[in-house]
Design a binder for this molecule. Structure first.
Ligand code: GDP
Ligand code: IMO
Ligand code: MG
Length: 422
């Protein structure tokens, strides 16, 4: 299998976890290179559901190596909980997990700051996952962050942590929040460091040795293109580079060692949190929520829903260099008589074919739709492309055509078997 970067081409929750799990059969190493436990990647195996937040989705396949790269921000206590949760379900988490020694830590004061800043923003809030992601990346950029390498020596870690808790308690108080209990944080973090220490190593060195040994790698993107700190709907974004380039900076694997970029897109669009969403349609949301789908895997929030947006996904294909696409959740549209696809935006009377940079402008864009006939049959049991109804085939082919990409996977249910490879 070629070294592949898998990216979310929309606003996250495209079904990346499911596709990673499917593809890991062929790859040897799965790498997370950005984001933190704001991610929630769902994998369904034989009726058992797993939601992974920090650990790469390859962990459920025996004999695969999972790497948490330097670009990830890692909440130690949460990661220990995730490891224990998997072990309790009989999943092996031992030498098959490697954690970069250069990954930054998400600490309780980051969570507290994330929450308090959202409260203070009021109506203008971002709608974050409140996992402390933004403040942790801010510390990284400000060069005041703590890293996994700091956890390797308990005395050094304790000293640095105590200093940062003190500094952040001053900030929290100034923002009107309660200061945190330093003693408890230090005890919790030292305990987490004990558990995580055996996993921590220089993963860039590991990955380069693996490249030399011709092992194949799958880079598991978290979030999605329009949550990217540079290319997304700023400020309604996350704080990392969710686009393909983030896989290289966040792992130490150079761009020329990447063979292909696979974009994952839902057959419609969803978004959690605030921010512009041109094709949002409340009645579509009601339909999906009524079917029990489109609730967040991390926060449980109902996702906002809308029609497939070919304007933004075409731009996403450019930004990421998407070679191939996986279209997921096609079955979600099974019951519809007519399906809409946004092919252009109208802004101030002009037709535009790419999303404007200013989120306020994007919020004013009117979608221009084309309509396609629905297939009104269940697709869930299809196992070959030819087993899909002709109108469903036309629909996914149209998406590939409009986005200028090659269709390589269609997903028609959450389970591994409900995946069609073209
Ligand atoms: P991720 O963050 O991109 O990994 O996606 P999430 O796991 O947050 O959300 C995707 C949801 O859709 C999960 O509940 C998956 O089990 C589910 N899912 C993925 N692909 C399909 C599909 O083709 N059909 C259906 N019905 N569900 C799917
Ligand atoms: P996966 O990997 C969907 C959204 C939040 C919010 C914004 C900023 O499962 O696709 P943050 O906590 O990162 O500061 O929140 O980003 N968000 C996601 N939305 N899927 C995700 O991850 C997300 N991770 C963050 O809802 O709008
Ligand atoms: Mg998710």
């Amino acid at each position: 299998m070629p070294n592949t970067i898998l990216v979310g081409a929309q606003w996250g929750d495209e079904g990346k976890g499911k596709i990673i799990d499917f593809l890991t059969d062929e790859a040897q190493i799965v790498v997370r290179s950005q984001g933190g436990n704001n991610a929630g990647h769902t994998i369904v195996i034989g009726g058992d559901k797993y939601v992974l937040h920090l650990i790469p989705s390859g962990i459920l396949r025996k004999s695969k190596i999972c790497v948490i790269g330097n670009g990830v921000v890692l909440d130690p206590v949460s990661l220990v909980g995730e490891i224990e949760g998997l072990r309790n379900r009989g999943v092996k988490v031992e030498k098959n997990l490697l954690i970069s020694d250069a990954a930054h830590l998400v600490l309780p004061y980051h969570r507290a700051l994330d929450e308090q800043r959202e409260v203070l923003k009021g109506r203008n809030k971002i709608g974050t996952t409140k996992r402390g992601i933004g403040p942790a990346y801010a510390d990284k950029a400000s060069r005041t962050g703590l890293r996994t390498v700091d956890m390797l020596r308990a005395d050094v870690f304790e000293e640095k942590l105590a200093r940062r808790i003190k500094e952040n308690n001053t900030i929290l108080k100034s923002l009107g929040a309660k200061p945190l209990n330093a003693k408890k944080i230090i005890a919790d973090q030292l305990a987490a460091a004990e558990v995580l220490r055996p996993f921590i190593t220089n993963t860039a060195v590991y990955l380069h040795r693996a490249l030399a040994a011709k092992k194949s790698m799958l880079f598991e993107g978290a979030q999605g293109t329009f949550l990217d700190i540079d290319h997304g709907t700023y400020p309604f974004v996350t704080s990392s580079n969710t686009t393909a380039g983030g896989a290289c900076t966040g792992s130490g694997v150079p761009p020329h060692r990447i063979d292909t970029v696979l974009g994952v897109m839902k057959a419609y669009t969803t978004r959690v949190g605030e921010g512009p969403f041109a094709t949002e349609d409340d009645s579509l949301g009601e339909m999906f929520h009524g079917m029990g789908r489109e609730f967040g895997a991390t926060t449980g929030r109902a996702r906002r829903c809308g029609w497939f947006d070919a304007v933004s996904t075409r731009y996403s294909a450019l930004l990421n260099g998407i070679d191939e696409i996986a279209i997921t959740n096609l079955d979600g549209l099974d019951g519809l008589a007519t399906i809409r696809v946004c092919v252009a935006y109208k802004l101030d009377g002009k037709t535009i074919d790419f999303p404007p940079t200013d989120s306020a402008d994007l919020a004013r864009c009117e979608p221009v739709y084309m309509e396609m006939p629905g297939w009104k049959t269940s697709t869930e049991k299809a196992r070959k492309f030819t087993e899909l109804p002709p109108k469903a085939r036309d629909y996914v082919k149209k998406i590939a055509e409009l986005t200028g990409t090659k269709l390589s996977i269609v997903s028609i249910g959450p389970a591994r078997a409900q995946t069609i490879r073209l």
